[in-house]
Design a protein around this ligand. Structure first.
Ligand SMILES: Nc1ncnc2c1ncn2[C@@H]1O[C@H](COP(=O)(O)OP(=O)(O)OP(=O)(O)O)[C@@H](O)[C@H]1O
Ligand SMILES: Nc1nc2c(ncn2[C@@H]2O[C@H](COP(=O)(O)O)[C@@H](O)[C@H]2O)c(=O)[nH]1
Length: 233
């Protein structure tokens, strides 16, 4: 009969902790009808979180005042966008409000490999495609609702960045976007910006903890099982 060790050696515990903290990144999706506040919340989340990078989409939409190519979006012509689709450079893409939008694949895959989380501001079609992609295990998704339709329109007008016709088009599409709320892991009402931001931070923290724990601990639990067996023999 062999003497069973009283517990796993400290070095095994330290290694298990290290592995539990090593994880693949999360694809953190924020969707909402246009104007509900996801870009505002995204900016706040990214401002002080070094583990988070933003997926900068490609789009055929014209830049708004103050938007910079390569910061808010990669602004592309229709021909350039189609070439990206053709070359398989986009993880997902969709037509939204008459323009094309898509997620460049390479930066997302690099971030995930490095264990960094990626924030996506995409419409429901983008969310759906990411949930159905090979990366589905990495997805956590949040849908943001406005407190009312009147407030949604007020916000789009207060943003003062789109002409009336564009605002009317976005309001007309809001009902359809909202109809997909139930496909998301979490659904929040953005009636109070600070509170909504805090709720999203809590969701993100919980998702990080959940994903960190399991794969990294498999080897450690196997070690505990071996210890049980040694005690029996
Ligand atoms: N809780 C809130 N209360 C009042 N105003 C808000 C709130 N959240 C966001 N806003 C304002 O609403 C406007 C629209 O927000 P934002 O641009 O973030 O929306 P969005 O969902 O990203 O829209 P889009 O899909 O068109 O990019 C902004 O002027 C923003 O400052
Ligand atoms: N499916 C995708 N949707 C995207 C992507 N990037 C942005 N969007 C969505 O488009 C609308 C409009 O955005 P705006 O900046 O013109 O107001 C909004 O719902 C975004 O979430 C993308 O890469 N794929």
């Amino acid at each position: 009969m062999t003497d069973a060790p009283a517990s796993a050696p400290a070095s095994d515990v330290a290694e298990a902790r290290r592995q539990a903290e090593t994880r693949r990144g999360i694809l953190f999706i924020l969707s909402s009808p246009s104007g509900a506040g996801k870009s505002t919340i995204s900016r706040r989340l990214l401002a002080d979180d070094p583990e988070f990078s933003f997926s900068i989409s490609a789009t055929t939409r014209a830049p708004r005042p103050g938007e910079v190519d390569g910061r808010e979006y990669h602004f592309r012509t229709r021909e350039q966008f189609e070439a990206m689709v053709e070359a398989g450079e986009l993880l997902e893409h969709a037509e939204v409000f008459g323009n094309f939008y898509g997620t460049p694949r390479a930066p997302v895959e690099a971030a995930l490999e490095a264990g960094r989380d990626v924030l996506f501001d995409v419409d429901w079609q983008g969310g759906q495609q990411l949930r159905n992609s090979a990366l589905r295990e990495a997805v956590a998704s949040v849908f943001i609702l406005p407190p009312s339709i009147a407030e949604l329109e007020r916000r789009l007008r207060a943003r003062a960045q789109d002409p009336d016709a564009v605002i009317a088009h976005r309001m007309a599409r809001a009902r359809d976007e909202i109809s997909h709320w139930d496909a998301y892991d979490y659904v929040l009402i953005n009636d109070d910006l600070d509170r909504c931001e805090q709720e999203i931070r809590r969701i993100l923290a919980a998702e990080r903890l959940r994903r960190a724990r399991r794969p990294g601990l498999v080897g450690f639990v196997q070690g505990l099982n071996r210890e049980f067996q040694d005690r029996r023999s």
